[in-house]
Ligand binder design. Structure first.
Ligand code: ADP
Ligand code: MG
Length: 586
């Protein structure tokens, strides 16, 4: 803007009007000039020395005043003109400035608008891209889920097929459980060496739910990187629930007429007793744990058997339990009572019947009505079980424990299927059907209404068809290196018996696998006792227990080798127990 803007003195509207104001100013200037012409003459007259005739002094003063007014007006008019000119120029420059400003503003607003539009378009594009991305991610997620579901289904199918194959071949199922590292893994392990604390290093891992990976590289030793496949592998974090979920279907088979045996195998301290019974508290009964989720296979299987029975017609099944311990190659009946009726482990023998089956004469079979009765009996017998602290495990079981549930089924026409296939099988089998009721039934102590209540009824009932199936739950004593367990004296003798019986078990499996004509069941009381389950017609599950620590590497490799060999054993199709089919002559 021009300097001096706005003009300070001309504030009337007329003076601000550039056109009107300018005309008026010009007019004023002309009249002032005209007046100055007249004034000039008067001034001429008043000028001393040039005076033509003398004029009166008052008139002279008035003329001078007039003259002065004219001069001032003229100056004023000239000033107005100048100001008008200046104002005009200022206005012009203001206009051009405003014009420039508006043009600039327009240009800039257009630029900004363009930028905003571009940005909006960009955002829209980004939004679209994001939406496309989200849709793609959603699609991918869905397809991943579908693939996972399909994979799971395929895996289930494959597992079912594998199970059928296992059954057809009569394979032994092997599940492997790797327990977590535990505080006692860090303690010194050699009795002869200085008791240094050795720190845990995990060498056995569950690579997936069917593979164990043993990886170890120690200076001075050949490094190991080996995998082992089993029907199922449980990692350290897998719960008792998960383990039992895979065992439960076998119990359905039990009521469908199959013998079942579940056996825990592994080194001392690897978790066999934990898996089979649950955590063992020194001062308590084993099943008194508050936390039911900690219960092992034996209490859970017992509960499941009774649950399954409760779904069947009442009185069509009854259950007997026996508890046997194999200690130093001797068999003890842990439910046998002495003359005072106190529970007392009594030595028994195992024999082979004429049918080639193993049997323990005089073994106590207690008839039980529910799971808690079973667990009560098992708890009492466990107090008789021999334990001995070793350096590996303070509560090491020094004996093999065999809990057997015998389920007798009375044919009411609803139990066991009677399909063509089953009838065909039943004609070939069923020679071992027992027609005797347990003593408790004979005594008619039972409150069950469907049980016989009169001798005539009893006789009639006895003629009914029955079939016995057996669930054997085995907690083996731990295999162990003598050096590592640090035992001496009687305990060393125990260890030697334990190792011999486990070797006998491995030999039996080897003989069956090689289909040798002679299987050395009688080399040990353990194998003789388990003969029907290991070599016979039972569905057999070996629960391999592994300590993951590096210091148990040799034992773990031995156990994994045992499991691998056990899997390869083919015993022929597992047989189902069926009711005798009435002969046509009858
Ligand atoms: P084993 O019968 O093979 O000699 P135990 O079953 O007595 O061994 O287990 C040894 C110790 O390890 C016990 O204190 C047990 O509670 C603990 N243990 C074993 N397996 C597990 C597991 N999966 N989770 C937690 N603790 C376990
Ligand atoms: Mg044990």
């Amino acid at each position: 803007m021009a300097a001096g803007w706005p003009p300070q003195r001309h504030t009337s509207l007329a003076s601000l009007n550039p056109r009107g104001g300018e005309g008026e100013l010009r007019a004023r200037a002309c009249s002032a000039t005209a007046r100055s012409g007249a004034g000039d003459a008067a001034a001429e007259r008043a000028r001393p020395g040039l005076r033509v005739g003398a004029a009166p002094p008052a008139a002279g003063a008035a003329a001078a005043k007039e003259e002065r007014i004219v001069v001032l007006e003229t100056e004023n008019a000239a000033l107005h003109l100048k100001l008008a000119e200046r104002f005009k120029q200022d206005l012009k420059s203001l206009r051009s400035f405003a014009f420039e400003l508006s043009k600039k503003f327009q240009r800039q607003s257009q630029t900004y608008l363009y930028q905003i539009l571009t940005a909006v378009q960009g955002i829209q594009l980004q939004n679209e891209a994001m939406q496309i991305f989200q849709i793609k991610a959603f699609d991918l997620e869905q397809s991943l889920q579908e693939v996972t579901e399909r994979y799971e289904k395929e895996k289930q199918k494959r597992r079912a097929l594998h199970n059928s194959l296992v059954e057809l071949r009569g394979n032994i199922r092997v599940h492997c459980r790797i327990r977590p590292l535990l505080p006692f893994d860090t303690t010194g392990h050699s009795i002869s060496q200085d008791r240094q604390r050795t720190f845990s290093e995990k060498v056995a891992h569950a690579a997936d739910d069917e593979t164990v990976l043993v990886k170890c590289s120690r200076p001075g030793h050949t490094s190991i990187n080996k995998t082992f496949q089993f029907e199922r592998v449980y990692n350290a974090s897998e719960s008792q629930d998960t383990v039992f979920a895979d065992v439960a279907p076998l119990l359905t088979s039990l009521l469908d007429g199959y013998n079942v045996c579940i056996m825990a195998y592994g080194q001392t301290g690897s978790g066999k007793t934990y898996t089979m019974l649950g955590p063992q508290l020194e001062e308590n009964f084993p099943f008194s744990t508050e936390d039911e989720s900690e219960l092992g296979i034996i209490p859970r299987a017992t509960q499941e058997v009774f649950r399954l029975i409760s779904e069947k017609p009442s009185g069509s099944y009854w259950v007997e339990v026996s508890v046997v311990e194999v200690y130093n190659n001797e068999i003890f009946d842990l439910l046998a009572k002495d003359s005072c009726g106190k529970v007392f482990g009594v030595k028994r023998d195992v024999v082979t019947t004429r049918e080639g089956k193993s049997d323990v004469p005089l073994l106590t079979h207690e008839t039980v009505e529910n799971a808690s009765e079973v667990l009560h009996l098992v708890s009492k017998s466990l107090q008789l079980r021999v334990r001995h602290p070793t350096l590996v495990h303070a509560h090491s079981s020094r004996s093999h424990l065999v809990v057997t549930l015998t389920i007798t089924t009375v044919d009411s026409g609803e139990n066991f299927g009677t399909s063509w296939e089953e009838e065909q099988t039943s004609q070939r089998l069923n020679k071992e059907v027992s027609c005797t009721f347990p003593q408790k039934m004979r005594d008619n102590k039972s409150t069950s209404s469907s049980r016989p209540s009169s001798p005539a009824q009893l006789e009639a009932t006895e003629k009914m068809k029955q079939v016995k199936t057996r669930l054997q739950l085995v907690d083996l004593a731990g295999s162990e290196c003598v050096g590592m367990s640090g035992v001496t004296g009687a305990a060393l003798r125990e260890t030697s018996f334990i190792n011999r019986s486990l070797s006998a078990l491995a030999d039996v499996l080897g003989a069956i696998a090689e289909q040798r004509s002679h299987v050395p069941y009688r080399n040990s009381k353990l194998t003789h006792l388990l003969q029907d389950s290991v070599g016979g017609d039972a569905k057999l599950l070996v629960m391999l227990c592994i300590s993951p620590d590096q210091k148990y590497l040799t034992e773990s490799m031995q156990s994994l080798g045992f499991g691998t060999r056990a899997r390869q054993v083919q015993r022929g199709q597992v047989k189902k127990k069926n009711f005798p089919v009435p002969s046509k002559a009858k």
